[in-house]
Ligand binder design. Sequence first.
Ligand code: GLN
Length: 204
Amino acid sequence: MIRSGRADTMRIGVLALQGDFALHARALEKCGVEAVEVRKPVELDEVDGLIMPGGESTTLLKLIDAWDFVPALEKFNSAGKPIFGTCAGLILLAREVESPKQLSLGLIDVTVVRNAYGRQRESFEASGTAKLGPDPSQLEMVFIRAPRIKRVGPGVQVLAEHGGEPVMARQDRVLVATFHPELTDSTKVHRYFCDLVERSRAGA
Ligand code: GLN
């Protein structure tokens, strides 16, 4: 059977409306995956997974609405294509947002509290425990005006913790982190997401 090159190449989109999308694209490329900056809903048709980066969630929400991204993102999720939200991206994907309350896509059953670390600790680096493979490992985490995951629904699996609290979680094909994995040298988290996308492409 003759196949076009496109069908065989895994491509992961990075929502490029606002925030630090460029570093996510670089991390994906380090994992050997083609990264595509997504600026219009129609561009979602060209990718197998999507990263929603950190930034400012209220601004991102306005841009997503202005560009009519909501139905396209819901369709993307219903098609079983994985989505990874970091920091503001997590805030957009959460079921419930507090401090203040804000609309969100509700694609993962968690409640998040925005800017939850207070002024003194607004931005910091820390080490946490992650279980991204068979054995737990230590992971460097960069938090920037980060939200806290206050509640995790029954279908949600916690993948990493810092100070005894969940900082990375997954519900089926939706992955979220309160920290910024693109700001460290490790590509562990991006590799985990790439594997998820690879498996979803294979229909697993
Ligand atoms: N504090 C931001 C918000 O609430 C998120 C910060 C980030 O993405 N680094 O939208």
